[in-house]
Write a protein that binds this ligand. Structure first.
Ligand code: DGJ
Length: 734
């Protein structure tokens, strides 16, 4: 890093009070700052979060802003919402936190601010930490809680962080939708009252709602303009985001673990660390905040965030449970012939005493079903080698079926209310393993470890999880600590993930949970990507992937070409459209290739070859969402632009079809206005090229006028359909 940059960062972390401990703490990323007032013996206040402060204005801002208690505690100002509420060992329900000391340190990739607080009467400590990244506009905030009281203290509320957001036509954008409809976008103005976004699934926390939200500060959300604060709770378990609006000038935003039925009994000297809340700010609209999250994800949060992903075929929709050696070999041959790089064998390959023929048995018995696969995994790896591709495998390690050898041996390993029959899930026999139990953690780690030790060539694991915690109870936790189950489950899960990553750093792992149930930044440090949804219908995916892109980069969004009619919506969508949608994420296939015509295979082969050309731009580029499918304008459009703006890919998908339809002309964004770009259509099916094919335009023209995209394809009469889509590759002319 050059000296100027270092100086800037130093100034960004200013300690105004002089002396060893700061009265004012300011941490900055390249374009944002968080300013806190931290006088010793007083309340910690948050004064500013938003655009980056100049070093010479920090003092003025500190004087001008009254600020808000940075971690509101329950007990002495009862009527307001709080970040923390506890019951001390003696039954006292109050907290009065005061700053003990604060500091700002350099910590490799980031500046780390720490503010230590202590209760004025009890030996009860709360430390707030803020990590401001040097190369991404994200500040992670989290909290550590400990005490030295005589007996355990019960934590009833323990938010990761709190942020006051100034009122004035503030809108939120957040995601909702359950199985087969994940990642739907909801946008609404904040009104007086409390808005709660929460999850209580126990396992799959991005079904029904998401742990991320964006605040548009300047009225109705806009993609390319306006100030936006984004927040993502980096947690895989139950969460609660609260936005309280009562009779003052601020919306009060709290985010953290969902404390419902999760009171935590904290022992003396034990440290409770909350998950981080990642905050970003942009004055370039929602897309600007998304770009910040994506950059941070690729650089710091997502496993292998800077490594381009392989193009794969996953076997699920192609054969479901009907796995066999010949079938796998055929699929591997087909994907290899189309230019794919990886084949993933999904569910149905395991079970000895109880072979997995459907979803009602065998989870837990991770041994090859030798009736289906007489040559075992060795045979499959040999096939993959023969076809010159890599091999991946599906597992669902956190689960068991009651019809399994595992359950027969270890009935006590499942999540189950003591003294009651277990509540059963998928297939009428599925149960969740109790990851609070270290023996279960060893078992789950061992599933991956045994596979990888025996078959180090395995390149990819699809890690599924298809059940919620339905019944509350652990045979491992003490009777006093049953309320720890949800939290202990995810601590156990994370420990397993850490062990896997320590031993198998290069393995690619997909997070799948009944489709898109695990799209969250709690798991992504250990997982390379997530399955966006079991719904592979391309039209519905336009909506789901649009929403998901608010917080997650394309490199993490598994997006597969599937069959028509679609297996979930039964809609028949032409292959060209299916391909054009899948190519806007991490491209893959979810289809039986032997049912495809030669013409279809040729189209896919060409698409795969073309995706390889744009892969870096899609997976590493900056997103600009242009026309939202949720605006019902008949078209959706977005683009990715390479960081140095020398390449871009523009996507345009028609979302409804009427004759003589008037669609908006889409203006591009994110290009260099002064450079000339050549336009080239990918996956062309039209009989004649588009009028602008091969022509050069300035970025300024493309951003001010856009290109006129015909609303149908010029194809032979019998090939015409209601669908139309385009992918344009833009390359700077040297
Ligand atoms: C649910 C997943 O979402 C699917 O992709 C598939 O892997 C099935 N489980 C297998 O049982």
């Amino acid at each position: 890093m050059n000296i100027k940059k270092r100086m800037n960062l130093f100034l960004g972390a200013c300690l105004l009070a002089g002396g060893m401990w700061a009265q004012t703490v300011c941490v900055s990323t390249p374009n944002t700052s968080l300013l806190l007032s931290a006088p010793q013996g007083c309340k910690l206040k948050v004064l500013h979060y938003g655009h980056r402060l100049a070093a010479n204005e920090v003092e003025s801002v500190s004087a001008a802003e009254a600020g808000h208690n940075a971690y509101p505690e329950y007990g002495l100002i009862c009527p307001t919402e709080t970040a923390i509420a506890v019951k001390h060992h003696d039954g006292n329900m109050t907290l009065d936190l005061q700053v003990v000391q604060s500091r700002v340190e350099e910590s490799g990739e980031a500046m780390l601010a720490t503010v230590e607080m202590k209760d004025s009467r009890y030996p009860f400590f709360v430390t707030l930490r803020y990590k401001a990244f040097r190369d991404a506009d994200v500040i992670e905030a989290w909290t550590e809680i400990s005490h030295q009281e005589k007996k355990p203290v019960t934590l009833h509320q323990f938010a990761s962080a709190y942020l006051p957001i100034r009122r004035g036509n503030v809108w939120i954008s957040h995601l909702y939708g359950s199985w087969a409809n994940e990642g739907r976008l909801a946008q609404e103005a904040l009104q007086p009252g409390m808005k709660v976004i929460k999850n209580k699934d126990g396992v799959r926390n991005s079904h029904t709602a998401h742990a991320e939200v964006m605040f548009s500060l300047d009225g109705q959300p806009r993609e390319l303009e306006g100030r936006v604060i984004g927040a993502a709770l980096c947690y895989s378990g139950n969460y609660k985001l609260r936005i309280d609006t009562h009779d003052d000038e601020y919306h009060h935003f709290f985010a953290g673990i969902n404390e419902e039925n999760s009171a935590y009994s904290l022992k003396r000297d034990e440290r409770f660390t909350t998950p981080a809340l990642a905050l970003t700010y942009s004055n370039e609209g929602l897309s600007g905040s998304s770009r910040n999250f994506h950059r941070w994800a690729r650089q710091h949060k997502l496993a292998h965030g800077n490594v381009p992903r392989k193009i794969l075929l996953n076997s699920w929709e192609g054969v479901y449970f009907d796995i066999n050696q010949e079938g796998m070999d055929q699929m591997m041959g087909d994907i290899a012939a189309m230019g794919g790089e990886l084949f993933v064998m999904d569910d149905g390959w395991f079970g000895d005493k109880y072979p997995r023929k459907s979803d009602n048995s065998s989870l837990g018995d991770w041994v090859v079903d030798t009736d289906k696969l007489p040559n075992g995994i060795e045979g499959l790896l040999a096939d993959a080698r023969k076809h010159g591709i890599k091999f991946g495998i599906w597992i669902e390690p956190e689960m068991a079926n009651t019809t399994s050898e595992l359950y027969e041996q270890h009935p006590e390993w499942i999540v189950q209310a003591p003294g009651r029959e277990p509540v059963l899930g998928r297939g009428g026999t599925q149960v969740v393993l109790d990851l609070s139990n270290p023996e279960v953690q060893d078992f789950v780690f061992g599933i991956v470890d045994r596979l990888m030790t025996a078959y180090p060539e395995i390149d990819y694991i699809k890690w599924d999880a298809n059940m919620s915690i339905q019944n509350h109870g652990s045979n491992y936790l003490t009777k006093d600590n049953q309320s720890h189950l949800y939290i202990a489950y995810h601590q156990g899960f994370e420990q397993v993930c850490q062990r896997i990553r320590a031993k198998y750093p290069d393995l690619t792992i997909q997070a799948c949970a009944s489709g898109g149930g695990r799209a969250n930044y709690g798991i992504l440090p250990y997982f390379d990507e997530f399955w966006v949804s079991d719904n592979t219908d391309a039209l519905q995916r336009v909506y789901m992937q649009w929403g998901t892109s608010y917080f997650f980069p394309a490199i993490a969004m598994a997006s597969h070409i599937s069959a028509a009619p679609n297996h979930q919506t039964f809609r028949t969508i032409p292959l060209k459209y299916r391909v054009d949608v899948a190519m806007s994420g991490r491209l893959g296939m979810e289809i039986q290739p032997k049912n495809m015509t030669d013409e279809e295979k040729t189209l896919c082969k060409k698409a795969i070859a073309e995706y390889k050309e744009i892969r870096d731009v899609v997976q590493m580029g900056d997103i600009y969402r242009l026309v939202s499918p949720y605006d019902n304008l008949g078209v959706a459009s977005l683009m990715y632009v390479a960081p140095r703006k020398e390449e871009a890919v523009f996507y345009w998908w028609k979302t409804e079809h009427f004759c003589n339809q008037h669609l908006p002309r889409v203006r591009m964004a994110g290009l260099n206005p002064d450079r000339l770009y050549t336009v080239h259509e990918l996956n062309r099916i039209d009989n004649v090229p588009l009028p602008f094919e091969g022509k050069n335009f300035t970025g300024a023209y493309l951003m001010n006028n856009g290109l006129e995209i015909p609303y149908t394809h010029q194809v032979d009469y019998h090939k015409q359909t209601a669908y139309a889509s385009r992918i344009l590759q833009l390359t700077v002319v040297d």
